[in-house]
Ligand binder design. Structure first.
Ligand code: PLP
Length: 394
């Protein structure tokens, strides 16, 4: 039987990580992998996470199973963090999942159960795991225009024109903030226009929020999501705690479904628990428990928010420094978009050949579509990258 298997396409980012590891040059710079790194290149355990782990070790008396949908206290804390009361609790169903990826998988599972004919609309480009999971599930998908290659901003007219084609019951996947891979995001008035369009077509928004707090702040990064939640009858959310709590390997995420009416809540909740049961039964709990403790304890929460704010500001400082250095070297403002983008990523707009030249000649690693992880930089490497970009003719 196993000899019938074919090799799966290699994940480009994992391939890049291997190439970087194998590169003996001491001057190499990793802008590929999508994790936050501090100025020393470390992905630290956040202080509040360490403190919560210590407390948990003292007080935890059992590791028996929780609930199929995870601990309700986790769902409550995450709903408050994400939605801040934008929707009444009696319209919310939720299930803890292994990471944001697990949440995406379960949200799509829910769509399959409810409307197997739905087309999932994806921004062009998007995080490659979106189309890959949808394809694996055998669901229909379509692209909507999103990135304007010239301005490196959002092609909003193109986006609206394409989304006008979505049918009632289709699902529109949107990045709440810190768009991966481009770094270009919607303004609040643009979110409002998307809400109006979705209200007209009857397509359902599905918001992937993996970087809350990495862009403009915790509330600001959820503003578009909250606007949709307040205005539309139905909404799906896949949230990840990997980045903003720095607990990547604990696999902590949540899928949330907003129902049009409170009477529908129980059956939606039942379906989310069912989907967990069919895939991995009980979701992981350790990361979810830490998140719940941090969000519910004022001192831990204040420390978490302060550290998250430092992380966010560090990325903004790097963005501004890189844009300023490129302005100095190029004598133009054509890289100004780097300071406008938000989150870890920016799409530089280089050709695959230029990306390859940056790697071969300068030891600078970025994804083939020229997505750079800004957090891979520090004060020393910003001028090195800027010079390499100009030398490569980008
Ligand atoms: N969604 C987007 C856009 C992402 O970039 C990521 C991680 O890179 C995720 C979801 C899910 O992350 P995880 O499964 O590690 O929580």
């Amino acid at each position: 039987m196993l000899n019938a298997l074919h090799a799966q396409p290699q994940d480009k980012i994992l391939q890049l990580i291997q190439l970087y590891k194998d590169d003996p040059r001491e001057t190499k710079i990793d802008l590929g992998v999508g994790v936050y790194k501090d100025a020393t290149g470390l992905t630290p355990v956040m202080r509040a996470v360490k403190a919560a782990e210590k407390q948990l070790w003292e007080v935890e008396t059992t590791k028996t199973y929780t609930n199929l949908a995870g601990d309700p206290a986790y769902a409550e804390a995450m709903q408050a963090l994400l939605l801040d009361g934008a929707v009444p609790a009696d319209r919310l169903s939720a299930a803890a999942t292994p990471g944001g990826t697990g949440a995406i998988r379960q949200a799509l599972g829910l769509v399959q159960l409810a409307n197997p004919e739905a087309t999932i609309w994806l921004s062009n480009p998007t995080w490659p795991n979106h189309p890959s999971i949808i394809k694996y599930l055998g669901m229909k998908m379509a692209d909507y225009r999103y990135f304007d290659a010239d301005s490196r901003g959002v092609d909003f007219d193109g986006m609206l024109a394409d989304l006008a084609q979505a049918k009632a019951g289709d699902v529109v996947l949107l990045h709440a903030c810190c768009h991966n891979p481009t770094g270009a995001n919607l303004t609040l008035p643009q979110w409002a226009a998307v809400a109006d369009l979705l209200a007209k077509t009857g397509a359902i928004p599905f918001v992937d929020i993996a970087y809350q707090g990495f862009g403009d702040g915790l509330a600001e990064d959820a503003a578009g999501l909250r606007l949709l939640a307040g205005r539309l009858p139905e909404l799906l959310i896949a949230a990840s705690c990997s980045k903003n709590f720095g607990i990547y390997r604990e696999r902590t995420g949540i899928v949330i479904a907003v129902s049009p009416k409170p009477e529908m809540r129980a059956v939606v909740q039942d379906n989310l628990a069912f989907l967990n049961r069919q895939t991995y039964s009980f979701p992981p709990d350790h990361g979810a428990r830490l998140v719940t403790m941090i969000l519910n304890d004022p001192a831990l929460r204040a420390d978490w928010q302060a550290e998250l704010e430092d992380i966010r500001k560090n990325m903004l400082t790097l963005r501004e420094a890189l844009a300023a250095e490129l302005r100095r070297l190029s004598g133009s403002d054509r890289f100004g978009f780097l300071a406008q983008h938000r989150g870890m990523f920016s799409r530089l707009g280089a050709t695959p050949e230029q990306v390859e030249t940056l790697r071969r000649e300068h030891g600078i690693y970025m994804v083939g579509d020229s997505r750079m992880n800004i957090a891979g930089l520090n004060a020393r490497t910003v001028p090195i990258l800027a010079k390499a970009i100009i030398d490569t003719g980008i």
